[in-house]
Design a binder for this molecule. Structure first.
Ligand code: NDP
Ligand code: MG
Length: 400
């Protein structure tokens, strides 16, 4: 029986993970769950799975959950506040942690799970974006295992030789015959929208992804292709790539989830329906294969597959992320922080869609001093970049 702590239990990845636990009740025990403030969803989860512990980072939400569980006789113990995330990921009772909190809020518990030497199923890409070097170094010193959940990185992982899979992000790709990693992305809902119309797109349109059902923040990131940019940085750390070993390919159908090109001309790809239960099942079962409940891919219905180069005029966020990737940790942290603030402002109707990239570009242009070498340094850059982004967003609001 494997024991799981699920961070971000009420989100899109959280729900898919619970589906897998539901499908494999004799293999998995849900030790702890965590979310921010979705009390109704947490009540339902606790009643169904009876985890030992439930954490709500919002204290008032934790109080409500405690009361509601007491009322229905559910034995789950409830804790409140972000500090309460740390014991549920480091507890000796836990062997696997699903890191599926959205945003930089996922960084500290993900790092704590890695330092405690757990098997970490990593959905929270923001923690690698903001602290790639620190996280990969922590994996090496603690002996933790990092298994990618992001569908592209999970696909790449599956296409890599075993020795590279087990190298904890430290393999020399060329020494294993690997020429290049090809990160595929659909191009999102605005791939063929005339550029002049982008100023008018609404949050709901941006969240209507053609192929994937996801949370709202990552859906907007998919429309701007910042998501691919964050994934580019994520891939750089997970697979230890150098600039010429990593490319983005637009593939609108999302049937191929990414590819690895070898020096002999072979290309290995992972294919499947766009359903996150596949990568989650892969990581939960690794190295075995387990049922995910996802239907088999029917090639007679797939239709044509097409590929192209990303248009960086349409997707300036992708270009910004690629530049940040090779300029350093401060730039990646600032990029992520500015993007989180700008996307939240767009979703609340406070800035227009094209302003997301403009805010990120302006914040990236600031001077962040020396490269951060510890988590406190990362958090300081994160705070500075958020403040700068908020000032720009407020200025927009005063103008309009
Ligand atoms: P959702 O927005 O659907 O869910 C976010 C989860 O995080 C919720 O459980 C939410 O709780 C919780 N949460 C938010 N803020 C905090 C906080 N400060 N402290 C504790 N918990 C918090 O996001 P997704 O499931 O879509 O994405 C989760 C992560 O996985 C992201 O990093 C995303 O980039 C990544 N990912 C997602 C994919 C997908 O298909 N959805 C694909 C690949 C990667 P509450 O409900 O209470 O607010
Ligand atoms: Mg992805």
């Amino acid at each position: 029986m494997k024991r799981l702590t699920l961070l971000g239990a009420t989100g899109s990845i959280g729900r898919s993970t619970l589906d897998l636990v539901r499908c494999h009740p004799s293999d998995w025990h849900l030790y702890a769950v965590a979310a921010a403030r979705s009390v109704d969803e947490m009540v339902a989860i606790c009643r169904e799975f009876s985890p030992d512990l439930a954490v709500m980072t919002d204290i008032a939400a934790a109080d409500q959950l405690r009361q509601r569980l007491a009322d229905c006789g559910c034995p789950t113990q409830v804790e409140g506040g972000s500090e309460a995330l740390l014991p549920i990921v480091t507890a000796h009772e836990v062997d696997t942690v699903m890191a599926a909190i959205v945003g930089a809020a996922g960084l500290l518990p993900t790092m704590a799970a890695v330092k405690a030497g757990k098997r970490v199923l990593l959905a929270n890409k923001e923690s690698l974006v903001t602290s790639g070097r620190l996280l990969i170094d922590a994996v090496a010193s603690s002996g933790a295992e990092l298994l990618p959940i992001d569908s592209e990185h999970n696909a790449i992982f599956q296409c890599l030789p075993l020795a590279v899979q087990q190298a904890g992000g430290r393999a020399h790709l060329a020494a294993h015959g690997i020429h290049k990693i090809l990160l595929t992305g659909s191009g999102g809902p605005f791939r063929s929208r005339p550029l002049g119309e982008l100023a008018k797109v609404t949050p709901d349109e941006a969240c209507r992804h053609p192929n994937w059902q996801m949370g709202r923040k990552i859906s907007v990131d998919s429309a701007t292709m910042m998501n691919k940019g964050l994934e580019y940085i994520e891939a750089r750390w997970l697979f230890n790539t150098r600039p010429h070993e990593l490319s983005v390919v637009v593939h609108p159908q999302s049937v191929i989830h990414s590819m690895v090109q070898y020096c002999d001309g072979s290309v290995l790809a992972q294919l499947g329906l766009p359903d996150m239960r596949t990568p989650i099942a892969h990581a939960m079962g690794y190295p075995q294969r387990i049922d995910s409940g996802v239907a088999p891919l029917d090639f007679t219905r797939v239709g044509d597959l097409s590929f192209g180069e990303p248009d960086l005029q349409r997707y300036p966020c992708l270009a910004l992320a690629q530049q940040a990737c090779w300029s350093g940790q401060a730039a990646c942290t600032a990029l992520n922080a500015a993007n989180e603030e700008a996307v939240a402002a767009f979703l609340e109707g406070r800035i227009s869609y094209p302003r997301i990239a403009a805010v990120v570009a302006d914040v990236l242009g600031l001077d962040y001093g020396n490269e951060p070498v510890c988590l406190d340094g990362v958090l300081a850059v994160d705070t500075m970049a958020r403040q700068a982004a908020c000032r720009l967003i407020d200025r927009d609001n005063h103008r309009s």
